[in-house]
Design a binder for this molecule. Structure first.
Ligand SMILES: CC(C)(COP(=O)(O)OP(=O)(O)OC[C@H]1O[C@@H](n2cnc3c(N)ncnc32)[C@H](O)[C@@H]1OP(=O)(O)O)[C@@H](O)C(=O)NCCC(=O)NCCS
Length: 168
């Protein structure tokens, strides 16, 4: 059955929390050693929704298998010059990678960003996350910067790759 994309609801928060948490011990996605809680992902969903930012989930065979969202790249409430750029995140359950869920999520997320008048979309990716770099490059994101050794988790120095998609 095809992957279906829809806005996230409070009922999805347990699965969203689990999907984010799978990546934390791997170390190459979010630079934290602390697992998310249901409460913090619920607060995140509420904050994004209140700010009119999309939070999307991918469903496959009746299960939530992915989540994607975007927010500010820099704080555009304080520095409004950044209001046409967003930074996104996309996560797929490790049992459902390679089935097109990430592409389906990004197709919809990019379309919403365009409808909202955004011009640039930014991915900040751990340089060791070859799968995410390859995925974003295939979708047209271009590497625009590399910041060596700016993160440190799990006894490892981490380099950030900045990739940018022109939404026009
Ligand atoms: C990044 C992510 C969303 C991509 O979703 P996915 O379903 O795995 O993506 P796809 O399989 O469609 O695409 C991945 C591509 O990388 C390739 N790939 C896989 N492992 C790779 C590696 N180690 N190095 C380079 N390329 C790799 C795949 O072959 C595929 O390329 P193709 O489409 O040309 O065949 C998913 O892997 C994920 O959730 N990862 C963990 C969380 C994460 O890192 N999120 C991004 C944070 S920036």
């Amino acid at each position: 059955m095809a992957v279906q994309i829809r806005p996230a609801t409070e009922g999805d928060v347990s699965q969203i929390t689990d999907i984010f948490n799978q990546s934390i011990p791997v170390g190459d996605a979010e630079w934290t050693e602390r697992l998310h809680t249901h409460a913090d992902r619920l607060a995140w969903l509420h904050d994004r929704t209140a700010a009119d930012r999309p939070v999307l989930v991918a469903e496959h065979n009746g299960h939530v298998v992915g989540v994607a969202s975007y927010g500010d790249f820099r704080d555009s409430g304080v520095r409004e010059g950044f209001r046409f750029v967003c930074e996104h995140s996309v996560y797929v359950d490790n049992t459902a990678r390679g089935i097109g869920a990430a592409d389906a999520l990004m197709d919809e997320l990019e379309s919403i960003a365009r409808e909202n008048g955004l011009r640039q979309m930014i991915a900040t990716i751990d340089a060791s996350n070859g799968r995410s770099v390859a995925f974003h490059a295939r979708r047209g994101f271009i590497e625009v910067g590399r910041m060596p050794d700016i993160g440190f988790t799990f006894d490892t120095w981490r380099t950030m790759v900045l990739m940018q998609l022109d939404l026009r």
